[in-house]
Design a protein around this ligand. Structure first.
Ligand code: IPM
Ligand code: MG
Length: 356
């Protein structure tokens, strides 16, 4: 029996090609660090709709639950855009997050040295280093609240609900504070407490949890200000903790500060060992199958998996170092700069392997 069992959810668009590269890297690193991995595949998103009629078949949930960890490519595409809300590929993604209880989404925004010039933000603003960890609540809030359609003043209307319970806020706050203790002991909690009642509860609760962590410096920021501060002075941030929808938006913004959305990994954790790891970018159907997608975010997601679910930080460090080394000379088109060698998705995977 292998040491670890990983379920692969390749998904749609560029999903299969980027996951294939990440598997190549995981196989190489497992040889080097002397452990074995066994893979199983399951369907999620548009490919699941085509094969079974639903975006998240029960079999996929069962396979994920029976594994040590899950690696996801990306889901969605124009082919399924006209389907109704609960039948869209994205509903499969939200469904698997809910079914596996993945309430904590870690989205690090890190600049790899050689990529500094790919960031649209000026050098002097970024400084030598950018390392922000966004901790996004992932199974609550408006994404999972009640919603519906009704008639208001004789015209069609639609509504969604943002709601958080104290325990939902407490558990995500603890994940963020625990991480802060291992980093620079600094947290920014992002909300809209000047307007939203759910944000006021969020803030009160985070303040209460902070008493358990006297060493961590906590400050609060409204989400609109945070969006502005991320561009004005990103170095003021270390750990950001926020709700599902604010985290969705701010993490895309933070990814661009780091140069390219094609570089950023994420971990979705349940509190136990099982986690789901995925790049934060989408399925990019326009470039699917052309061997030009950037597989690095998925490869870096494997590094996060090794660190957070499999207890193999040594192997995680090795992958991150290999990626940094390759970036000194080789680039996929999305992060290409003059004087670099342009490579495709497959070649990028091989290059990372060769540096391991
Ligand atoms: C993300 C994505 C998803 C989200 C979509 C595809 C449902 O944008 O993972 O950030 O909004 O959570
Ligand atoms: Mg998003």
């Amino acid at each position: 029996m292998a040491d670890y069992k990983i379920t692969l959810l390749k998904g749609d668009g560029i999903g299969p090609e980027i996951v294939n590269q990440a598997v190549k890297v995981l196989n190489k690193v497992s040889e080097k660090f002397d452990f074995t991995v066994e893979y199983d595949e399951a369907l999620l998103g548009g490919c699941a709709i085509d094969a079974t009629g639903v975006p998240l078949p029960q079999e996929t949930i069962d396979k994920c639950k029976a594994s040590d960890s899950v690696l996801l490519g990306a889901v969605g595409g124009p082919k399924w855009d006209s389907m109704s809300g609960d039948k869209r590929p994205e509903a499969g993604l939200l469904g698997i997050r809910g079914a596996l209880g993945l309430f904590a989404n870690l989205r690090p925004s890190v600049i790899f040295g050689p990529l500094k010039s790919a960031s649209p933000i000026k050098d002097e603003i970024i400084g030598n280093k950018l390392d922000i960890m966004i901790v996004r609540e992932l199974t609550g809030g408006i994404y999972f609240g009640e919603r519906g359609r009704k008639e208001v003043h004789g015209q069609p209307a639609a509504w969604d609900t943002e709601m958080y319970t104290v325990s939902e806020v407490e558990r995500i706050a603890r994940v963020a504070f625990d991480l802060a203790m291992k980093r620079n002991k600094k947290i920014t909690s992002v909300d809209k407490a000047n307007v939203l009642e759910s944000s006021r509860l969020w803030r009160e609760t985070v303040i209460r949890v902070s008493k358990e962590y006297p060493e961590v410096e906590l400050n609060h920021m409204y989400v609109d200000n945070c969006a502005m501060q991320l561009v004005r002075n990103p170095r003021q941030f270390d750990v950001i903790v926020t709700s599902n929808i604010f985290g969705d938006i701010l993490s895309d913004e933070a990814s661009m500060i780091a140069g390219s959305i094609g570089m950023l990994a994420s971990a979705s954790l349940s509190g136990g060992k099982l986690g789901l790891y995925e790049p934060i970018h989408g399925s990019a159907p326009d470039i699917a199958g052309q061997n030009i997608a950037n597989p690095l975010a998925t490869i870096l997601s494997v590094a996060m998996m090794l660190r957070y679910s499999l207890g193999r930080s040594d192997a995680a460090d090795a992958i991150e170092a290999a990626v940094a080394k390759v970036l000194e000379t080789h680039r996929t088109p999305d992060i290409y700069e003059e004087s670099m060698i342009k490579v495709g998705c497959d070649e990028m995977g091989d290059l990372v392997c060769s540096m391991l």
